[in-house]
Design a protein around this ligand. Structure first.
Ligand SMILES: N[C@@H](CCC(=O)N[C@@H](CS)C(=O)NCC(=O)O)C(=O)O
Length: 203
């Protein structure tokens, strides 16, 4: 095997987001296809790399293992600072960038999973769960994206890649509200209208 970065990958997974980011920064990487049906992500050789058995898993050239999509996205943005996908460290915009990168995993994903997979259950208590409620999460995104084309204003950043990718999956899976929201539909179209995104979709 070469000493390039290795992305353990399945196109029907969050690994597609990591691949999009690898394309944004122009990284040289190998894709290792993981077949969920045959359970190859639960085999000992893969669990030795990522005991969670999850994708994406990115192994850097020096053997460092990265998991958690926002961490991979944030690392690649910083490792390729010349691509200007993250604001300068310590700038106020960097704070806003972190805000939305973290919002993905702490609010958007769990709110959507609760909404779509616990349809018949009473909503979890708003004061206790970090995402408050699905409607609050979507209202917050609509309010923010209704004011400017990107989460940081006029410039695309890796936070848009993260939130935009998740919103596009939610639209595809028919999550409530997102498909009917012009603000969200236009945002998803805007952030995915990029050569790197198109390259990342290649089979
Ligand atoms: N917290 C992880 C979640 C990763 C995750 O759940 N990946 C799913 C695919 S989208 C997976 O690998 N599922 C296969 C399995 O658990 O067997 C991240 O943000 O990257």
């Amino acid at each position: 095997m070469s000493n390039k970065m290795r992305l353990y990958y399945n196109p029907q997974s969050r690994a597609a987001i990591a691949r999009w980011m690898l394309e944004e920064v122009g990284a040289d990487y190998d894709l290792v296809h993981i077949d969920f049906e045959s359970g190859s992500n639960r085999r000992p050789d893969f669990l030795a790399i990522n005991p969670m058995g999850k994708l994406p898993t990115l192994v850097l050239a020096d053997g460092t293992v990265l998991t958690e999509t926002p961490a991979i996205v944030a690392f690649l943005a910083d490792a390729h600072a010349d691509k200007s996908l993250a604001p300068e460290i310590s700038s106020p915009a960097r704070g806003t960038y972190y805000r939305w990168l973290m919002f993905n995993g702490s609010c958007l994903e769990p709110a959507a999973i609760e909404k779509m997979m616990r349809k018949d259950a009473a909503p979890l208590p708003k004061v206790s769960v970090g995402w408050g409620s699905y409607d609050d999460v979507i209202d917050t995104l609509e309010m923010t994206l209704g004011k400017s084309p990107y989460l940081l204003g006029e410039r695309f950043s890796a936070a848009d890649l993260m939130i935009g990718a998740t919103l596009s999956w939610l639209v595809m899976f028919g999550a409530p509200r997102v498909g009917d929201s012009a603000v969200i539909a236009e945002y998803v179209e805007r952030v995915t209208d990029r050569d790197a995104y198109r390259r990342s979709q290649a089979t």
